[in-house]
Structure formats: C-alpha cells, structure tokens
Design a protein around this ligand. Structure first.
Ligand code: PMP
Ligand code: GLN
Length: 380
C-alpha cells in the first residue's frame, strides 16, 4: 500500500512525543500545553446536566444558537464589538480544526501562505495538506517582534493568506494596534486573507490588553479569527472552539465545515453556553499568578529568561549556561536524566532553526511547578 505525502512534517507532533517521553520516564510534564488542575466545578456540572437533561443529539451545523449568542454577548462585553451570532460565528471542535477549515475554505494548490516563525506546529502541515505552499518569515529574537520589512519582502502575487498568532505560542509575545496597522498597510489593495489565531486572548498579563484583529475594522473584513475554549476554561480535552469571520467568509467556512464534521458535541455546547452567559469575570489572574510563581522559582536555576512572557501558558528559556546540545537532545536529556519534560523551540520552525531554547508550560498546580523547579535547580 502507498500513501500520498500530504505534508512534509517529519514523524509525530512534538507534543505527543514529549508527553509520551514524560510518561515513559515518569517526568514532570511541562511540555504539552495543558493544565493539571481541576476545571470550574460549575462547568463540569453543567456538562453532566446537559447530558442528563437529554441534550444528546446533533446540534445545528453552525453551532447551538444559545452558545453563539453567549459568545457574541461576551465579545460585546469584553471588547465592545458587535458580532452577529447567526452570520459571523461558527462553533468548532477546537481551534486546530478551525484553522484547518479556514485554510481549506480559501486555499487552492500553488497558493502561498506567510507563516511567522516560530509557529504552532499544525500551521505548515495544514497549508500543505491543501496543496498550498508555506512561506516562513522569522520573528526577531529575543523579543520575537515582527520584522515588517521581511513580511513585505515575502509577499508575492501568489500570497493568499497570512496566519498570525497573538498572544504567541511559544514566545508569549503580544501584538499592539501598531502591528495590526503595519499588516493592514501591507495587505491593502490585495486579496490576502488573514487567519488570526487568538486562542490565548484571555491570558494577557501585566495589565496589558489583547488586541484582536476583530477590533481593526479594516482587517476584520478579510479575517478569520480562531478561538479555543480549552485555553479559557482550562478544559483542553473538551476540544471546543469557534471561528469569528464576516458573513462572506463565514459562509465559505461553513461550506467546508458542513462536510468535515458537520456539528460539534452537543452537551458541551449547552454547558459552555450556560457557563459563558453567567460568568464573565476576567480569567487572566490565575495564570498570571502561576507565571510569576514560576519565574520567581526559575531564578534559582541556571536557565536564562530574556523577558517574562506577556501572555499564554508558556515561558521560553535559554539553556546556554547548562549545555551546548541541540535543543531536541537537550529536552530529551532533561526528561530522561532530570525528570522534567519541556518542548524544544526548534519544533516550531520549518527548517528546525535551533536557538538553544526550550518552552515550559506553567499552566500547572503550584506544587507541580515547585517540584519541577526543584529538579531543575540541581542543574546549577
Ligand atoms: N493555536 C495555538 C497557538 C495553540 O497553542 C493551540 C493549542 N491548544 C491551538 C491553536 C489549538 O487549540 P485547540 O486545542 O482548541 O485545537
Ligand atoms: N497547544 C498545545 C501546546 O502548544 C498543545 C496542543 C497539542 O498537543 N497539539 O502545547
């Protein structure tokens, strides 16, 4: 049997590899981005209640109306944005699926898509699975700001889309209004679409604000914005998310969605609708506290942290004072010999660029973080 090569990514995704290695060596898993603490029990209860009350059959293709309305109300409340729940919101089984579906809605073979690297590892394969060509553009370490001249240089008549991610995985960098203005200037008078991966929008620290593409009236017209409930309610295993896009783009998105998965888990939609309608308090404090705790502990280790992460679940650190191993080997060694699993940042580059950085996930119980850093401090 032969299978066509649908994409060029080698082997298995790094998140699976490192979580499996962590398990194999009984290591503390700060690699794959998922919390190790309980979710809000009201949300867990709402899920059980929905199933018990009989909400167990297919929901409408675009998503449960009550959930789409709750999302629209939430965006009005948090961002002052008017979003039409009927024509602009589609519920998806997570953001990874939303990204793939948006790409599939717009890409044809031979199209080019600009990807700012380091980039979340599904983007490139998703582009290639649609016959299109990823065009990587490196962000500028150590701040990981966008070099707009490099983006301008990468645009060609074949450029169909640019995918951006703020807050950024793995670096935690966040975009300002000026970044969006720069992007708007580059795509003005073109047909280039924007995919804006905003899964960590509610995890922005130090009093800063998330700037959504939806808040940029000019760019919003050409953008798919992708969200994940997993990162809001710390229930990544529910795999629930949504896509917000203007009506014409949403129509194109649903043309694909209706034949990819058609509709999303009904009881989870009921539970999220109920929860979202009743609980609108900001959620960043919990994760900001964990970041601060983690950074304070890391000061006792030989890792170098160039700047505190501004958002997301993640902190990147350099091991230049510990080892000169390539980052994959270093991450494996750290898991095997010191019992702490992390993600090598080269996994976020098409060409495996290795800056000797690893990514820690601090979305963990304080006891987990303390136990991990206790092991890391022995490296010094
Ligand atoms: N984008 C980024 C930047 C992510 O870190 C993740 C990881 N969860 C996703 C998308 C995917 O989210 P989901 O689990 O909802 O598919
Ligand atoms: N988004 C998570 C991370 O970056 C994991 C998602 C996955 O395992 N595919 O770690």
């Amino acid at each position: 049997m032969q299978f066509p090569q649908k994409h060029t990514a080698a082997g298995t995704t790094i998140f699976t590899v490192m979580s499996a290695l962590a398990q194999q060596h009984n290591a503390i898993n700060l690699s794959q981005g998922f919390p190790d603490f309980a979710i809000d029990e009201r949300l867990a209860h709402a899920l059980g209640a929905a199933a018990n009350e009989g909400y167990n059959q297919y929901a409408p293709m675009a998503g449960l109306p009550a959930l789409r309305q709750a999302i629209a109300a939430n965006f009005a409340h948090r961002y002052g944005l008017a979003i039409d729940p009927d024509t602009e919101i589609t519920i998806t089984p997570g953001a990874t699926y939303g990204i793939y579906t948006a790409f599939t809605a717009i890409l044809q073979p031979g199209d080019e898509v600009i990807v700012l690297e380091p980039a979340y590892d599904s983007y490139l394969p998703n582009i290639e699975m649609n016959g299109a060509i990823p065009v990587p553009v490196a962000l500028s370490a150590p701040s990981f700001a966008v070099d707009w001249q490099r983006v301008a240089d990468a645009i060609t008549p074949k450029t169909k889309a640019i995918i951006v991610n703020t807050p950024h995985n793995p670096t935690g960098a966040i975009w300002s209004r000026e970044d969006w203005d720069q992007l708007a200037a580059l795509v003005r008078n073109t047909d280039i679409f924007i995919l804006s991966d905003e899964v960590y929008e509610q995890l922005v620290f130090d009093g800063q604000q998330h700037y959504s593409v939806l808040k940029h009236p000019e760019l919003r017209q050409r953008s798919f914005a992708l969200y994940s409930f997993g990162k809001v309610y710390n229930n990544t295993g529910w795999k629930m998310g949504y896509c917000i896009a203007p009506p014409a783009l949403t129509t194109a998105f649903r043309r694909i969605h209706q034949f990819l998965c058609f509709t999303v888990n009904t009881p989870a939609q009921y539970a999220l609708a109920a929860h979202l309608a009743h609980h609108t308090e900001p959620i960043h404090q919990l994760m900001e506290h964990k970041r601060n705790h983690f950074l304070a502990l890391m000061a006792y280790t030989p890792f170098t942290i160039h700047a505190p992460t501004q958002g997301s679940y993640f902190q990147v650190a350099s091991y230049e004072r510990i080892s000169s191993l390539p980052d994959h080997q270093f991450a494996e060694w750290l898991t095997r010999e010191h019992g702490v699993a992390t993600i090598p940042v080269s996994a976020f580059y098409k060409n495996g660029k290795d800056d000797k950085l690893i990514r820690f996930c601090f979305a963990k119980k304080e006891t987990t973080l303390e136990a991990a850093v206790e092991r890391l401090s022995r490296l010094g």
